[in-house]
Design a protein around this ligand. Structure first.
Ligand SMILES: [Zn+2]
Length: 178
């Protein structure tokens, strides 16, 4: 109320100021533009990161959002043999379904849920070339939320020839009810 009246008075005073003052003010606002804080719908990286930090544990955040890797043979799903579905810990997308049957230090799968042969269009994973491990390898991320899941190698023991090494931290297992 009172503040608004002062703002209005100031605005009117500036509007009626002599031209040199107005030119100076225009230049000032050009050099120091007022930050646009009104567009809340605009994509904001910082907001997204803060959101994940609130939603995830420190370890989950480190693995899935900062591309960390859990220590070998420490994953909680390493020895899981129950039938069920492994979901993305960040967005709940179903990622892998089969029982894990070969040990590689990390939870290992021979294909993503929804894969049809080599066609992964109907899966919830994406592959991205990754050179951080020395030689080029394939990073596996969640198609829905970009979570880092692990890596995939083409020396798998099953017919698919694929070996997905996935951090247990980035997964949530939901056992089949039947
Ligand atoms: Zn996800």
């Amino acid at each position: 109320a009172a503040g608004e009246q002062w703002l209005l008075a100031g605005y009117l005073a500036l509007k009626s100021a002599p031209p040199p003052v107005r030119i100076f003010l225009n230049m000032y606002s050009f050099i120091f533009p007022v930050k646009d804080v009104g567009s809340l719908t605009r994509y904001d990286d910082t907001a997204v990161i803060t959101d994940w930090q609130k939603k995830l544990t420190l370890e989950q955040f480190y693995i899935t959002r900062e591309k960390g890797t859990e220590l070998p043979f420490t994953g909680i799903y390493l020895n899981n043999r129950d039938p069920g579905m492994y979901h993305c810990v960040c967005c709940n997308a179903p990622l892998f379904r089969e029982e894990i049957q070969f040990q590689q230090g990390w939870a290992s799968f021979s294909e993503a849920f929804g894969a049809c042969g080599t066609d992964e269009n109907n899966t919830n994973i994406l592959r991205c070339p990754d050179t951080s491990l020395g030689s080029t390898s394939m990073e596996v991320i969640c198609k829905r939320c970009d979570a880092h899941l692990g890596h995939v190698f083409d020396d798998g023991p099953r017919s698919s020839g694929q070996r997905f090494c996935i951090n247990s931290v980035s997964l949530i297992f939901k056992p089949s009810l039947d």
